[in-house]
Write a protein that binds this ligand. Structure first.
Ligand code: GLN
Length: 259
């Protein structure tokens, strides 16, 4: 079995180390014997390339790079992205990427950048002199289907640990939040929500990168991608995550959160 990872604009959207999410999916799938192809989705790609992928990874970016991406991700490519997400292709979208999947992003300086409008959310940077939201982030996943599926995989309530670094503040419309903030600021520092979950797209402000720190989310993405592609029940073999789990516990302890 093969899994194709579509990586959104690696050259423009890799400012915050989210490449670790690509590597985590790749390795965890390979360790179980699946073939993996990483396909960059960028200015040289076509809508057909976007349609061919099984899981999508989008990282964070600075405002200027986001603008370049949005100018490129239009027309048939935008339609292909919309179709993929609507049809349940799993994905993990971090920080600048969810801003682009929403209705719009208003940067601290300059013009509003129109988004794809796939996620019912808007993001506004309150201005160049306003404080960025930076620091460790812990959330409890509350998106009901995802929370249930993650709990079924791990046997425990799903808490995610990461690191946020954003100027934009996101307000959700009707889309479900990914989780509630346990430590940190999340979508806007006001309403206690973090990220969004739509179909099988996970949107979050959590860098870290997210997946090495929360490997069960990578497994959920792999399992969901393979089930959708091969239309059959997929049970992933378990891997030794002792070190990752120890890392999580150390962070929970340091931040004094009980999970
Ligand atoms: N440019 C966006 C912001 O500052 C996204 C930053 C990021 O991707 N980390 O809100």
């Amino acid at each position: 079995m093969e899994i194709i990872i579509g990586w959104l604009y690696p050259k423009l959207m890799s400012t915050y180390g989210d490449r670790g999410n690509v590597i985590t999916i790749e390795r965890r799938a390979q360790w179980r014997g699946y073939n993996v192809t990483v396909l960059p989705l960028d200015q040289n790609s076509t809508a057909e390339d976007i349609k061919s992928v099984d899981v999508i990874v989008g990282g964070g970016a600075q405002d200027r790079q986001q603008e370049i991406v949005m100018r490129d991700l239009q027309g048939a490519k935008a339609d292909a992205m919309r179709e993929k997400i609507e049809n349940g292709t799993p994905g993990v979208f971090t920080c600048g990427s969810p801003q682009l999947l929403g209705h719009y992003y208003e940067p601290g300086l300059g013009q509003r950048i129109e988004g794809l409008g796939i996620l019912d959310l808007v993001s506004i940077h309150p201005g160049e002199n306003s404080k960025r939201c930076i620091g460790n982030l812990v959330i409890e996943v509350t998106a009901s289907r995802l929370a249930q599926e993650l709990e079924a995989m791990t046997g425990t309530k799903p808490y995610l640990v990461g690191f946020e670094n954003h100027g934009g503040r996101t307000k959700l419309g009707k889309v479900e939040a990914l989780g509630r903030v346990v430590y940190g600021l999340g979508n806007n520092g006001e309403d206690g929500t973090e990220g969004a979950f739509y179909q099988n797209a996970i949107a979050t402000y959590s860098h870290g990168p997210l997946l090495p720190k929360n490997p069960f989310v990578a497994d959920w993405l792999i399992q969901t991608a393979l089930r959708l592609k091969y239309q059959q029940e997929i049970q992933l073999t378990s891997l030794d995550d002792t070190l990752a789990m120890q890392g999580r516990l150390a962070m929970f302890k340091r931040l004094k959160v009980s999970c």
